[in-house]
Design a protein around this ligand. Structure first.
Ligand SMILES: Cc1cc2nc3c(=O)[nH]c(=O)nc-3n(C[C@H](O)[C@H](O)[C@H](O)COP(=O)(O)OP(=O)(O)OC[C@H]3O[C@@H](n4cnc5c(N)ncnc54)[C@H](O)[C@@H]3O)c2cc1C
Length: 381
């Protein structure tokens, strides 16, 4: 038995980040237990964009093929105005063909979680286990569940999402910042025949249509909304009416398919930055440490990159493994969080002049394919 075999990790939270870390540790032969409070895999009923950098992580840990089996390739992203007039096409194919990026995938969250979960050793994930208290001691970590069960390990990782209890326990109560807009997510049959990721920019609102298979379409919206006044969308007609500025036929088709608001998920868009990611034998990962706006589809991608780097550092060993992890990840995450925030600010513009200037700029930038590809490569390689 070598040194690495002895390092055991207790992961709190079995979402995309926690399961990714378990996979990364398991492929390195390191023992891991994940405690998940939900009684079973707990996917949000929505799609997710696995950008090329996320797919590269999955290629390296051996799961990309399984994810791609039930997905739609992310080849092109088209940006349109609220009437459906094309402003720009971001074409990833030359970068894929040149081997510069892994091919991105558009998938259902349930499928992604299922692939991650099935890749783990039996009993690596314990469901229905809500953690009540944690102790980070000098020689080990300890977690006690609501039912009085005790788990011990060498290291503890909080992957318990935006409202992380582990974060509160380690660093006190820190609230994420509301960014001024909310989002809806839903999945419908792809009756609109959308073949590539198509985004529509309006005044203070956006809509995205994302095929996740030939038959299914993931739909997201964003809309400006004061924090204290969440809108009441208690009927499909109210929902449709709120987005009436979008007159494209594909969007009209999607709205016409909706029979009720059941299954439409509404989320406040929030962000948070922490200076410290680790304390003693404990570290945070994914949304627990850097919840970000969803504007460039990178929250889960960053959680997966966190997982790969953290597992590498744990495997390399040494008392400063967690500190090395945080040092390697923070600059990259800070850049991605900033870019995502800026894209959101631009996308949520509401003045007519501001929107007109934005759309004109996007059209102009879209003509410079070379620069666009260089930017994509820098962010997504
Ligand atoms: C509108 C929207 C769209 C998005 N689109 C994309 C996208 O296209 N691409 C992308 O990469 N990212 C996207 N994201 C971001 C992405 O969803 C998150 O970054 C990602 O899910 C974070 O994973 P996580 O594992 O860190 O946290 P979570 O997914 O929140 O998982 C945390 C897990 O911990 C469990 N848990 C919580 N507390 C406890 C406890 N005390 N004990 C045990 N278990 C606990 C929860 O049940 C949950 O299963 C989007 C986000 C939003 C809001």
């Amino acid at each position: 038995m070598n040194v690495q075999d002895m390092i055991s990790t207790l992961v709190i939270g079995g979402g995309i980040g926690g399961l990714s870390l378990a996979r990364e540790l398991a492929v390195r032969g390191l023992p891991v237990t994940v405690l998940e409070k939900a009684p079973q895999l707990n996917p949000v009923g929505a799609g997710i964009i696995m950008n090329p950098n996320a797919m590269r992580v999955l290629e390296r840990n051996g799961l990309a093929e399984a994810v791609r089996l039930d997905s739609w390739p992310y080849l092109v992203r088209e940006t349109c105005d609220s009437r459906g007039r094309s402003l720009a096409m971001r074409d990833y194919r030359p970068l894929y063909e040149a081997g510069k990026l892994s091919v991105g995938a558009l998938v259902h969250r349930a499928h992604l979680l299922d692939v991650l979960y099935r890749s783990l050793p039996p009993a690596a994930v314990r469901f229905n286990v809500g953690v009540r208290s944690i102790d980070v001691l000098s020689d080990r970590v300890r977690a006690e569940t609501g039912r009085g069960e005790v788990f011990e390990a060498d290291l503890l990782v909080g992957a318990d999402g935006i409202h992380s209890q582990v974060r509160s326990r380690l660093f006190g109560e820190i609230r994420p910042r509301y960014m001024g807009y909310r989002s809806h997510r839903l999945i419908v049959d792809n009756e609109a025949g959308v073949r590539h990721f198509t985004e529509f920019l309006g005044r203070g609102q956006r809509i995205g249509l994302v095929p996740i298979s030939a038959a299914r379409l993931y739909v997201w919206t964003t809309f400006n909304s004061p924090q204290a006044q969440p809108p009441v969308f208690d009927s499909v007609s109210r929902f449709r009416d709120a987005f009436r500025q979008f007159t494209d036929a594909r969007i009209a088709r999607v709205f016409s398919q909706l029979r009720s608001m059941d299954g439409v998920i509404s989320t406040d868009i929030e962000e948070m930055a922490l200076d410290e990611w680790t304390r003693g034998r404990a570290a945070l990962l994914g949304d627990a440490v850097h919840p970000m706006t969803p504007n460039i589809g990178q929250g889960a991608g960053m959680a997966m990159e966190d997982a790969a780097v953290l597992a590498q550092e744990i495997y390399s060993g040494g008392p400063d493994a967690l500190i090395r992890y945080a040092r390697r990840r923070k600059p990259r995450v800070e850049t991605v969080v900033r870019i995502s925030r800026e894209v959101g600010t631009d996308g949520q513009r509401s003045s007519p002049v501001g929107c007109w200037l934005r759309n004109r700029r996007i059209r102009r930038e879209g003509r410079n394919a070379e620069k666009m590809q260089a930017d994509l490569e820098r962010l997504l390689a």
